[in-house]
Ligand binder design. Structure first.
Ligand code: ADP
Length: 474
């Protein structure tokens, strides 16, 4: 029973919090992964764009040099075609830096031979990450490259003008060739730096992604394990509860069977004897004999009454909730003594009271049942052969607990009965009681979490000590 209480008192952490943690972690994990994939895809598109930029610039340089030497207009046309590629990217860069029209930027990127489907990611990355270290450095390199492309374009215009006006000298050609090569070399460095910056960013993002994935996966695993262990513990607890309840039910059922059997028997026997007594009284003419029969009838009815009152106590004790309230022990004892005075020989017994504790906080109904039964037993089992019969009642406090002591110099309890006196229907004298009294007392004491001890010696007397805990803890 105590075990069950301890289990009931154990508070489990709220599993909904764990489910929420798993849910949020999964959602974050999905968002982070989608976000990262978008960044990495945009990065890839930039690297791809850079290769078109680089190729365009190199082809443009090549066609310009060929044009410089062959004066072939076809080469000039091809040069113009190719230089448009880095120039388009340059327009997109400037537009995005100035937070201008995205459509212009898109057109720029398309001229730069970027794939149409990559453009959303490319523009999104630029807009949102242009100030993040790796992209800002890459954009810087890109800007430097664009300046060189502009110079290449200006050189192209100069070359074309000179060829058209037929004033290109070998010295000019040498100078232009030198300038184009220098621009090409510088651009190669810019382009490499641009790719390196993006590569560095991609690696950092990848590391971060691995870390966040590991972190969230660990959170999810821990939460799921905790959830699982809590659910298993809950299942075990409810299994234990069911087992304890089943055990209790089996005990209660067994008690109920015994109770019903004995109650029907004990309720019927006084009625049967009453019917018999009535029948023989009807045939009797002798008045003294009739009085004798009437006394026997009265005795039968008293037994019946006692038995019914025991059953009522039993039922009240089973049914009613424990209610803590101020109780006066003195009042309970006085009421009980008054009620029990009708018992045979009760007026011959000297009852002494030493009540050091009177007002306590406890369950009034249970205390009444306990006190009534202990006192009635002390009276019922008084030893009439003794010259002086007494009952001593004491109440006192010891170690923070309230104690009630009822002792008598009655017939006492024989050693072989001491272990059975609290059992249901155990009685050494069926004429004196139903055998329910001490069983109900024991149950009532259990209900208020108290204890009872018996000290008794045959022919000397008995002492019952009831320990009642303080109100808290019940
Ligand atoms: P009953 O209704 O038979 O009195 P109880 O459960 O009250 O049943 O008591 C069980 C048995 O314990 C009694 O039959 C009696 O033998 C013994 N007993 C209880 N109280 C006393 C006492 N104060 N003195 C001697 N015997 C007692």
């Amino acid at each position: 029973m105590l075990k069950l209480q301890a289990l009931k008192n154990f508070r489990f952490p709220n599993v909904f919090i764990l489910i929420l943690i798993v849910f949020i972690s999964c959602a974050l994990l999905i968002c982070i992964n989608i976000f990262t994939i978008k960044i990495l895809s945009a990065n890839r598109a930039y690297v791809n764009g850079e290769s078109h930029y680089s190729k365009g610039q190199k082809d443009a340089s090549r066609h310009l040099i060929t044009y410089l030497y062959t004066k072939d207009p076809q080469q000039w046309k091809l040069y113009l075609e190719e230089i448009k590629v880095p120039q388009g990217d340059g327009i997109a860069r400037i537009t995005l830096l100035k937070a201008g029209d995205n459509e212009v930027a898109r057109q720029g990127f398309l001229i730069g031979r970027n794939h149409e489907e990559d453009l959303d990611d490319v523009i999104w990355l630029f807009d949102n990450f242009k100030n993040v270290s790796f992209l800002s450095k890459a954009i810087d390199e890109w800007g430097k490259g664009d300046k060189l492309i502009f110079r290449l374009f200006v050189i192209g215009q100069q070359v074309n003008a000179k060829i058209k006006h037929n004033i290109l000298t070998p010295a000019d050609r040498q100078k232009f060739l030198h300038e184009i090569s220098t621009i090409s070399d510088s651009l190669t460095i810019n382009e490499r730096n641009f790719s390196n910056m993006l590569g560095e960013g991609t690696r950092k993002i990848k590391d971060l992604l691995i870390l966040t994935n590991v972190f969230f996966v660990l959170i999810i695993i821990c939460s799921v394990c905790l959830y699982y262990s809590i659910m298993v513990k809950r299942l075990l607890v409810s299994k234990k509860e069911t087992e304890v309840k089943n055990e209790n039910l089996i005990i209660v059922n067994r008690e109920l069977d015994r109770f019903v059997y004995s109650a029907s028997h004990d309720l019927r026997s006084p009625i049967t004897s009453l019917k018999g007594l009535i029948e023989i009284t009807a045939l009797e003419d002798d008045l003294s004999q009739i009085r004798n029969y009437l006394q026997m009838m009265n005795y039968s009815l008293t037994r019946q009454d006692q038995f019914i009152s025991d059953i009522i106590d039993y039922s009240k004790n089973k049914r009613k909730e424990v209610v803590m309230e101020p109780v006066s022990l003195k009042e309970l004892f006085n009421e009980a003594i008054l009620q029990l005075m009708h018992i045979e020989n009760a007026n011959r017994i000297k009852i002494t009271q030493e009540l050091l504790v009177d007002q306590i906080e406890s369950d009034g109904l249970r205390l009444k049942i306990i006190i009534n039964n202990l006192l009635s037993n002390a009276i019922k089992y008084a030893d009439c052969s003794k010259q002086e019969m007494f009952i001593s009642i004491k109440t006192y406090s010891c170690d923070g607990l309230n104690k009630i002591e009822v002792s008598d110099n009655g017939i006492g309890i024989r050693d072989e009965f001491k272990d059975s006196i609290f059992d249901m229907y155990f009685g050494t004298n069926k004429n004196k009681g139903s055998g329910l009294g001490l069983y109900i007392v024991k149950e009532a004491i259990e209900n208020i979490k108290g204890e009872i001890a018996v000290f008794s010696e045959s022919n000397i007397g008995s002492k019952f000590i009831v320990t009642i805990p303080q109100s808290h803890g019940i």
